[in-house]
Design a protein around this ligand. Structure first.
Ligand code: NDP
Length: 435
């Protein structure tokens, strides 16, 4: 805390990981001597820059942009770009730190990074978003590259924004290279990337249940968010025979006791992405559904919970309510959606709990595959990437079990993910000596 004043999200993320790593390295002298954990918790580089742009009324606007390059021991920095008013250095440092472990867990050669700006794309015209993205890339381009740092999308950064940023990179450098992932399919994007995080979170859930000889079919699921991750998680739950009861956005949540089936999910996708509407309108559109303004969906009884909106969106009280209502498993599509106190509630109740750094790693894993396809100048088909994603999620689940099995049948997935993610990065750092 003293080292990082005013950075509560970053301190929270490091504390959570440190507790597990201390146990693991207790009898491993080399990691202590080399101060590995301390080194991973100090980003290689924090770049902060001014992003100046002109709005439609010709007002000059000034935003703050960042790129946090946390660790590149096992591959180029990799992690999303977030455009949201809540973006601060602390939030991005926490995300870049978590990303380092997550990317390591995928088994692919990717380091950890994150970036973004306190820019709110909501209510902005296409032209404004384009000018902002171009200005953002006009500084960012000098810090990234296909073998240096490969950013992707995150909250507020989807296909449209990636397109504007990639176009600007190409214009400035005169190079077509795989410097961003999440690109459109026409210009080097990967099949399966849009689905990967949401589907992956459900595959992780499926693996947790399978480990206990159970399955998703016939179970009810509560999902938060209504963006990329949430809608694809809902889609995969439905494909596997589960029933999705809720979706949400920053205004509130909708509860549909009949289940949010594929047709309704398609409506939400179109409504949120193309008309940039609010989830509240779902309740006007589909009979039987209700809208709960200013509330989160965790009070709705369910078997499975998938927080897929944002950080710290599920607190201790809400975790207790989920447990009291009989939740069996939680798989995090979002990054750090459950507070530390909430995580303790799940562990104490011995609920299957898949933390974001493992459960939502499918997105970055397919991004890694997008990098491979760009480097080779080829495109794999949807079915092949689907199989690769399924295998990757099974592999991640297996690593969590290897390091997180408590011996009594309970798997501490947080511990498993932290240790497995840490070990690969730490061993690479040891090999490099003190650098
Ligand atoms: P989107 O921008 O597509 O969607 C975000 C969703 O979360 C929207 O429904 C948004 O509602 C809601 N939301 C945002 N802030 C809040 C808030 N403060 N309270 C309640 N709801 C909120 O983002 P993604 O779906 O891509 O990302 C969701 C989460 O998943 C993030 O934590 C992200 O870091 C994580 N993630 C995403 C990956 C990806 O591949 N996209 C990969 C790995 C993790 P509203 O429309 O009102 O803003």
């Amino acid at each position: 805390k003293k080292r990082n004043p005013g950075q509560p999200e970053f301190v929270q993320a490091v504390q959570e990981v440190a507790m597990d790593i201390f146990d693991f390295i207790e009898d491993k002298e080399a990691y202590h001597t080399a101060q590995i954990l301390r080194r991973i918790a100090e980003p290689d580089r924090v770049v902060s820059f001014r992003v100046c742009w002109e709005d439609d009324n010709h007002n000059v606007r000034v935003q703050r942009g960042f790129r946090i390059q946390n660790n590149n021991a096992i591959g180029p920095y990799k992690g999303g770009i977030r455009f949201h008013p809540s973006v601060t250095e602390s939030v991005l440092k926490f995300l870049a730190f978590e990303q380092t472990f997550k990317n390591s867990l995928t088994g692919l050669p990717m380091g950890g990074g994150k970036g973004g700006a306190n820019f709110n794309p909501k209510g902005k015209s296409d032209g404004e978003v384009m000018r902002f993205c171009q200005s953002f890339m006009t500084e960012l381009y000098r810090h990234i590259g296909p073998d240096t740092d490969v950013p992707a999308g995150d909250i507020g950064v989807g296909g449209r924004e990636i397109g504007y940023m990639f176009g600007q990179y190409k214009r400035i450098t005169n190079r077509w290279e795989g410097v961003l992932t999440g690109k459109g399919i026409e210009y080097g994007g990967s099949q399966m990337r849009p689905e990967a995080t949401g589907y992956g979170a459900v595959y992780f859930m499926e693996n947790m249940l399978k480990h206990r000889n159970d399955a998703i079919a016939g179970k009810t699921a509560v999902i938060s968010g209504s963006g990329n991750v949430a809608t694809h998680a809902a889609e995969q739950i439905t494909k596997q025979g589960g029933k999705v009861l809720t979706l949400s956005d920053s205004g509130g949540f909708i509860h549909d006791p009949d289940g949010i089936d594929q047709e309704k999910i398609d409506w939400v996708k179109h409504h949120k992405t193309h008309t940039r509407g609010r989830i509240s309108e779902y309740a006007d559109h589909f009979t039987g559904a209700s809208y709960h303004e200013g509330a989160r969906p965790w009070s709705v009884p369910c078997d499975l919970a998938l927080p897929c909106a944002t950080q710290n969106e599920l607190n201790e009280t809400e975790a207790k309510e989920l447990v009291a209502n009989g939740v069996m498993a939680v798989s995090e599509g979002a990054n750090m959606p459950t507070t530390l106190e909430g995580v303790h509630v799940f562990h104490d109740a011995k609920i299957m709990y898949g933390p974001g750094k493992a459960a939502n790693a499918g997105g970055v894993a397919v991004s890694g595959l997008e990098m491979s396809q760009n480097a080779e100048r080829i495109s794999w088909n949807h079915a092949r990437l689907g199989e690769m994603l399924t295998d990757l999620m099974e592999g991640i689940h297996g690593k969590c079990v290897e390091y997180g099995d408590q011996g009594d049948g309970y798997v501490d997935y947080v511990k498993g993910a932290n240790i497995a993610g840490f070990k690969k990065v730490a061993d690479a750092m040891l090999a490099y000596g003190v650098v």
